[in-house]
Design a protein around this ligand. Structure first.
Ligand SMILES: C[S@@+](CC[C@H](N)C(=O)[O-])C[C@H]1O[C@@H](n2cnc3c(N)ncnc32)[C@H](O)[C@@H]1O
Length: 374
């Protein structure tokens, strides 16, 4: 067992690293790199593998703050990379991790697999690293805000990437930014878990007695989550909603397509959700009809499906449209979702000046609404 670590409030300069490491959905790497080029042009791309991209920190001499969390949308989280270790056994790898990071007092250890098919138990690796670093760990991998976290991404059974970060945002408290919640028994679809992650990662505060309408509601997992939060829920879908949801006393289904819903029936709702398996421009068209038509919920939780990753390039136009409707949008790709992004938009406080970037250009507006709703 190594000597106990001296208390160190932040990693010393020798252990800060010159790269950031961003876990992402397998396939989202190019979209993530495009976002980096837009947001952090002084950074340059490092290693690119399925499920992770690293970026060299720039310009020379820039040392990001401990809680560095740029809004990279497709990065599940952002950690400072210290490099890789290789070895033939978990114990050997763990000792090499300890040698690489030195004597830092970690509050938490996050271990995750770059891809699920990697044949090694993350829990075993975490226990070995904790033992090598002389740390007693709680079973719960979720870090507390402010915790200094040692990160290990299992690239393969014999190679791990090592890094660190300071926990701040909700996703930065989860190993690799992956939502630790599980789909409980009895939920009618994975959309329950997706909404659960959206609420946690954006810090959405649903209140009992509020009214929500979801466009694209069947079979009803998200509606189930809303009902559990105490909301009155309307599900809009031509398809059938699961009987267990349909029978709930606070649930009502409107069996129709989004474009057929009379707007007057939507007035007074607090939350508008969309989760339609249609082109994202069509979803934006449905939102335009409602939000541009005088219905003004306090918040919108919109899933925008990406038929292919290149459609991520349309995101700025879509976000401009939200701003034009008077909403402040935030967006990320949820770890439990598929090839899609989740936009959470809340009404902008009255009297706030629209930022220059929020102005809708005719081109972006056209792009946001160019296809008719399916
Ligand atoms: C991914 S599923 C929704 C999952 C659902 N949110 C849940 O929680 O289980 C997509 C749904 O969108 C519906 N849909 C597609 N186009 C639609 C439209 N124009 N209006 C309403 N629903 C639509 C489909 O019928 C399908 O049930």
């Amino acid at each position: 067992m190594p000597a106990p670590n001296p208390p160190v409030s932040s990693p010393p300069p020798s252990v800060r690293g010159g790269f950031i490491l961003c876990p992402c959905h397998p396939g989202a790497e190019a979209a993530l790199a495009a976002r980096q080029a837009e947001l952090l042009p002084a950074f340059s791309r490092g290693v690119w593998r399925r499920g992770v991209v690293t970026f060299r920190i720039g310009p020379e001499g820039f040392d990001p703050p401990d809680e560095f969390a740029p809004d990279l949308i497709f990065a599940h989280t952002v950690v400072r990379s210290l490099g890789q270790v290789s070895g033939g056994s978990v114990a050997e790898l763990a000792v090499k991790v300890r040698a690489l990071v030195g004597a830092v007092s970690w509050d938490a250890i996050h271990v995750w697999k770059r891809e699920q098919r990697i044949d090694m138990a993350a829990a075993d690796a975490r226990a070995a690293v904790a033992a090598a670093c002389g740390i007693t760990l709680p079973d719960d991998q979720v870090a507390q805000p402010g915790d200094l976290v040692l990160d290990c991404m299992l690239d393969s059974a014999d190679r791990w990437w090592v890094g660190w970060h300071r926990a701040g945002t909700p996703a930065s408290r989860w190993p690799g930014g992956g939502y630790p919640g599980q789909l409980p028994e009895g939920k009618v679809s994975r959309a329950w878990l997706k909404l659960d992650e959206a609420l946690a990662s954006f810090g959405v505060d649903l209140r009992r007695g509020q009214r929500a309408i979801e466009l694209g509601a069947a079979p009803g997992g998200a509606c189930q989550r809303l009902l559990e939060a105490g909301l009155d829920v309307v599900g809009v879908d031509a398809a059938v909603v699961d009987a267990s949801v349909a029978a709930h006393p606070r649930f009502e289904q409107w069996r129709m397509r989004a474009r057929e819903v009379p707007l007057r029936r939507m007035k007074g709702c607090d939350w508008l959700l969309t989760d339609m398996n249609i082109d994202p421009a069509s979803t934006m068209g449905a939102l335009e009809r409602v939000l541009g038509g005088g219905v003004r919920p306090a918040g919108v939780i919109a899933t925008l499906k990406l038929p292919d990753w290149s459609r991520a390039a349309d995101l700025p136009g879509w976000l401009d449209a939200f701003r034009a409707w008077g909403y402040e949008p935030r967006v990320r790709q949820l770890s439990t979702g598929g090839r899609e992004v989740c936009v959470v938009a809340t009404t902008r406080p009255a009297g706030r000046v629209t930022p220059a970037t929020g102005r809708v250009t005719p081109a972006s507006r056209r792009r946001a609404t160019r296809r008719p709703e399916a």
